[in-house]
Design a protein around this ligand. Structure first.
Ligand code: ARG
Length: 292
């Protein structure tokens, strides 16, 4: 077991104050990059995708979260998943103001998405820093690096997409402890497909995606850990997002939604079926960042 601090004793941080989404005009499944995409090449209904994307955007607006929409980029079918190109940080950890760390995508097909998100963040006053690609093979931003809500503590997913080296640099640069979470099931290829922290004490996870050590970390860090079943996890129930510590925005139709409601959260259910064909849902379709 890695030395594990109690996250609730670490430096308090504000929650991200803004959300960014990327226009889905060119969203598509062109090649298979994760098991969810199998059988879905050329199988996207663009009209449905746009309606579903709007539903997600409306959910953020309905909770009063400021939302920025980036224009579409042709030839970038996965650009709509804007959780992956950077890891945003609050003011004072990496720079005086808000900051972000630029990803190094596993797929050369996705790498050209990165400069678009980086420019959009820089335009909003976010200072973006790069990892050295000779020292860090891969890092996919908030697909794999998840904040403990409200605390200077990161869960760093490793396996199909991100490598441990990234977290060593991030931790050294920022002073933020990072606990490595080994992903053992290829269907849960990003940490955000199997873990959703809701607030300082509460998270939703799919236990089968973690090794024993990872599961032990989650049980110790979140006194209220809701462990969901495989069917809900495959339906992307762990890929929801809680922007405010009160509301869980998530793919509709999972049994576990009632359990989250029973814990006192408002659950906003949205349909993201076209995006699930590409292996993503609500959490992947937005970037939460700090603008001040
Ligand atoms: N098709 C994309 C990929 O395989 C989906 C990314 C989903 N994003 C996420 N944060 N899980 O890279």
């Amino acid at each position: 077991m890695q030395a594990l601090p109690d996250p609730r004793t670490l430096q308090a941080l504000p929650l991200p104050d803004r959300v960014m989404m990327t226009d889905p005009t060119y969203f598509d499944v062109e090649t298979v990059q994760n098991p969810h995409m199998e059988g879905n090449v050329d199988g996207i209904d663009r009209y449905q995708a746009r309606l579903q994307w709007r539903e997600v955007a409306d959910a953020y607006r309905s909770v009063g979260m400021p939302l920025d929409v980036l224009p579409p980029e042709p030839f970038l079918p996965d650009y709509v998943f804007c959780a992956n190109q950077t890891l945003p940080l609050p003011s004072g950890l990496l720079a005086g103001g808000p900051a972000a760390i630029r990803s190094i995508m596993r797929s050369a097909r996705r790498e050209p998405e990165v400069p678009h998100v980086v420019r959009a963040l820089e335009h909003r006053g976010v200072e973006v820093q790069s990892l050295d690609p000779y020292l860090v093979p891969r890092f996919e931003g908030t697909g794999d690096a998840l904040w403990h809500p409200g605390r200077a503590f990161l869960y760093g997913g490793t396996g199909p997409r991100s490598t441990e080296q990234a977290y060593r640099f991030i931790s050294t640069w920022t002073g933020v402890p990072v606990v490595i979470m080994n992903l053992v099931d290829p269907r849960f290829y990003h940490l955000d497909t199997c873990l959703a922290p809701l607030d300082e004490s509460t998270a939703v996870c799919f236990p089968g995606a973690f090794d024993d050590e990872g599961l032990e970390v989650l049980r110790r860090c979140f006194p209220r850990l809701l462990e969901v079943g495989e069917a809900d996890a495959m339906w992307m129930f762990c890929n929801g997002h809680c922007p405010d510590g009160k509301t869980y925005i998530v793919q509709e139709g999972s049994a576990a939604a009632a359990d989250v409601r029973a814990l006192g959260y408002e659950v906003i259910e949205v349909e993201t079926g076209e995006f699930r064909k590409a292996g993503g849902s609500v959490f992947c379709m937005k970037l939460a960042f700090w603008s001040v």
